[in-house]
Design a protein around this ligand. Structure first.
Ligand code: ADP
Ligand code: MG
Length: 406
């Protein structure tokens, strides 16, 4: 049986019309002779009644509630969505079986709120498939070895889809969303962003880590490990979307002329970060103490520069104050630059191509965007910029690398 995992995101199931549209897609898969396994997110975004954030807003975010209980609440949105989606599938003459994550055999560790799928027990899913039923699985959640419900963190339904796809050796994992594929930039910032036909796992993974939330990075890791192709598609059926694979462009991928002409594939951004500039009063090198104390507090750091003058790095804005307090408590002087954003250019084609950094700097200077810090890897160049200039920065980079042109 050729299984196709079809994951529908929150905005693809939030109105009866969209759910009908999704049901038609599932029906089309059946008609194509393949078997769908559906994964759904909670319906809609904050403000809509059954969205995950709306449910969490029912209780205070004042630290009163145990993580375990919050996860139980957060998991409800997908359960509602799976049952409601099953209704629409029935209207199309199909035979769905809505399943919670645990009913679908998804086992996680016990990191509530950000759990990792450790394994998928496919026995129950396989039985339903043998009986020619269409599983409709709640995304974003699974069960811990202790029998507790744990959620997978934002974007976690993508991870559910990839894990189920890998466990069932699916032909493809299809991610249905509100854009027609992976684009050269977030269309909310760059309306002329172009949809990319094919992209390598490694590129989309970098993009996802650098802020492009169109696919969750963990989902990419799972799909990559099992070589399962992923396709990102618009639920309304526009175009053929983006194929994520190990070998873009039929294997010619990175070496094609187009790639050389265009070393960068996409521009991404990640807002809500703060820069910390840490100095020891006596100019001693106390880097180890800085990073160990933050690690002990569970604070992860990014864009790290260590020099004889001290340590400069970024943390999520949400934990900046806590980080500052910890370091000040150890006698460091800490300067915090709040409201920053990281903008990144990502592309397999930039490897070994000279002049990419020069173009990045030219674009940002031309747009009047100061660069507070940079970092690079072989697939990515990232710059820290003031948060209020993120749109100007992304647009400038997008046009400097001519990403809008096909
Ligand atoms: P879903 O609820 O379907 O999972 P998400 O909001 O998680 O949808 O992801 C889709 C959104 O990702 C789009 O609406 C778009 O604004 C945003 N996005 C950011 N970067 C990109 C990109 N490079 N390509 C496509 N979409 C992007
Ligand atoms: Mg998502």
């Amino acid at each position: 049986m050729n299984v196709v995992v079809m994951k529908f995101g929150g905005t693809s199931v939030n109105t009866p019309e969209r759910r009908e549209e999704a049901a038609r897609r599932v029906q089309a898969t059946v008609e194509s002779g393949r078997w769908p396994v559906v994964v759904v997110s909670a319906m809609g975004r904050r403000g809509e009644p059954y969205a995950t954030d709306s449910l969490l807003d029912l209780v205070g975010r004042d630290g009163m509630m145990p993580e375990r209980d919050l996860d139980l609440l957060a998991a409800c949105g997908e359960i509602i969505s799976a049952v409601v989606m099953s209704y629409h599938l029935r209207r199309h003459g199909l035979d769905p079986i809505p399943l919670t994550g645990w009913q679908a055999g998804i086992v996680t560790d016990d990191t509530f709120g950000n759990a990792i799928i450790t394994r998928v027990d496919t026995s129950r899913l396989t039985r339903h498939l043998e009986n020619r039923r269409i599983p409709v699985i709640t995304g974003f959640q699974g069960m811990t070895p202790d029998g507790e419900i744990a959620t997978l963190g934002r974007g976690g339904s993508d991870t559910t889809a990839a894990a189920v796809g890998a466990a069932l050796h699916a032909e493809v994992v299809e991610i249905y969303t509100d854009v027609d594929g992976v684009k050269t930039a977030d269309p909310r910032l760059v309306p002329e962003a172009r949809t990319i036909d094919e992209v390598a796992y490694s590129e989309i993974w970098q993009m996802a880590h650098a802020g492009a939330k169109v696919v969750h990075p963990r989902a990419v890791e799972i799909a990559m490990a099992e070589s399962i192709p992923v396709r990102v598609l618009d639920t309304t059926g526009k175009g053929t979307g983006t194929l994520i694979t190990a070998h873009p462009n039929n294997g010619t991928g990175v070496f094609s002329e187009q790639r050389l002409r265009r070393p960068v594939t996409a521009v991404t951004y990640l807002g809500g970060v703060a820069q910390l500039r840490v100095r020891a009063p006596d100019h001693q090198d106390r880097s180890l103490e800085v990073f160990e104390s933050l690690a002990q507090a569970g604070i992860s750091v990014d864009l790290i520069n260590v020099s004889e003058n001290g340590q400069t790095f970024t943390v999520s804005e949400a934990v900046a104050e806590r980080a500052e307090k910890i370091l000040a408590g150890l006698g460091f002087s800490v300067e915090v630059v709040a409201d920053c954003a990281k903008v990144s250019v990502v592309g397999l084609g930039m490897r070994g191509v000279p002049g990419v950094m020069a173009k990045v700097v030219r674009a940002l200077h031309g747009a009047g965007v100061p660069i507070l810090q940079t970092s690079d890897s072989h697939l990515t160049i990232s710059c820290l910029v003031p948060g209020n200039l993120v749109k100007a920065a992304v647009q400038a980079l997008h046009s400097e690398f001519q990403l809008g042109q096909g």
